[in-house]
Design a protein. Structure first.
Length: 73
């Protein structure tokens, strides 16, 4: 079973997409964003998403580090 990472993809205009993707998919997305335009197929844990790379503003990868208490760093 592949390990999935939580990511949030932000788009021009303010909409966001939260998804869980395998590490290999995240690397492929990073490579595709280097090209900057066109469409990319992102295989997520629960389905497939087609992204217009020209509209992607950011990709945030959530940390799975455990946190304890208020404001834990």
């Amino acid at each position: 079973m592949a390990a999935f990472e939580k990511v949030t993809i932000g788009f021009a205009g303010g909409s966001v997409l939260a998804a869980r993707v395998a590490a290999g998919e995240l690397e492929a997305l990073a490579g595709a964003l280097g090209g900057g335009s066109g469409w990319h197929v992102l295989n997520c844990e629960d389905g497939t998403v087609r992204l217009d790379l020209a509209q992607v503003a950011y990709v945030r990868v959530d940390s799975d580090e455990p946190r304890v208490g208020f404001g834990a760093a």
